[in-house]
Design a binder for this molecule. Structure first.
Ligand code: ADP
Ligand code: ADP
Length: 230
């Protein structure tokens, strides 16, 4: 569903050029779970932002579902983002003034769903993350792990084909992080592609594929299957 060929990204600010991503080729198919690892400042967020149509690449070709992204208008890109992509961030990015129900409803309101269909989607998503009983609560009334569950519910309520997660467990303790990883694995098992940036090497091993970025250079490594070492 996602094919990058000779893709590269340079930032130019006041005559200083930062080559954030060196040219690389990468293809990710529907239903895959891919981890992206690498030191801070290596280009992980840049990669995720380009893949998620939040930022433009500077060289090469990026095809999404067979469409050349550089030939898409801004309107087509935002329509694609709304319908096909779910985003999950390290800092949850929930709206504090809205209860959980309305937080999840927010992106659905930009779609063609009627009120009944939105309600069904919100309740199904809340059930899937185990928070159906808290739909009237506000984000600040929840733990970090619960807030991230709401953010995930918001991402899945629109039935995206891919979820981009940038350090989804970065602000959580290890027990909550584990719960979020299990949830992401369940979502992936139901057919949604997941591309996740993580600092946590152990967590990265839960994916089928691991893309490593170092100083803007992409390479792929195989997950270590602990049970296969015997
Ligand atoms: P992470 O993805 O590791 O959580 P960030 O994406 O916030 O971290 O930042 C990673 C690096 O990119 C940092 O060194 C930061 O200073 C740099 N950076 C992020 N945004 C900008 C920007 N708009 N201009 C310049 N540097 C930036
Ligand atoms: P990571 O997510 O791995 O921490 P980033 O993708 O945020 O890394 O950053 C990669 C490189 O690109 C860094 O050198 C950073 O300073 C630079 N960078 C990121 N965003 C910007 C930006 N908007 N303008 C200029 N430089 C940026």
């Amino acid at each position: 569903m996602l094919k990058m060929t000779g893709l590269a990204k340079a930032y130019i600010t006041s005559d200083i050029k930062t080559q954030a991503l060196q040219p690389f080729d990468l293809a990710i198919g529907l239903g895959e779970f891919v981890s992206v690892i690498g030191p801070s400042g290596s280009g992980k967020t840049t990669f995720l932002n380009i893949a998620g149509l939040l930022e433009n690449h500077s060289n090469g070709v990026y095809e999404l579902d067979g469409q050349d992204v550089s030939k898409m208008s801004d309107k087509q890109k935002s329509a694609y983002r709304n319908e096909k992509i779910g985003f999950v961030f390290q800092s949850f990015n929930l709206i504090p003034e809205l209860n959980l129900y309305d937080n999840i409803d927010m992106p659905l309101r930009y779609r063609k769903f009627n009120a009944k269909e939105r309600d069904e989607r919100i309740m199904k998503a809340l059930e899937q993350v185990g928070l159906a009983g808290r739909k009237n609560h506000y984000p600040t009334q929840l733990s970090g792990g619960q807030q991230q569950r709401v953010a995930i519910a918001r991402a899945i309520a629109g039935s995206p084909s891919v979820i981009f997660a940038d350090e989804p467990t970065g602000n959580l303790d290890s027990k909550m992080a584990q719960g979020i990883m299990t949830l992401l694995q369940d979502i992936n098992a139901s057919g949604t592609t997941i591309i996740m940036v993580t600092h946590d090497n152990e967590q990265a091993q839960l994916a089928q594929r691991i893309v490593q970025i170092k100083d803007g250079v992409l390479s792929e490594e195989s997950p270590v299957l602990t049970q296969a070492i015997a």
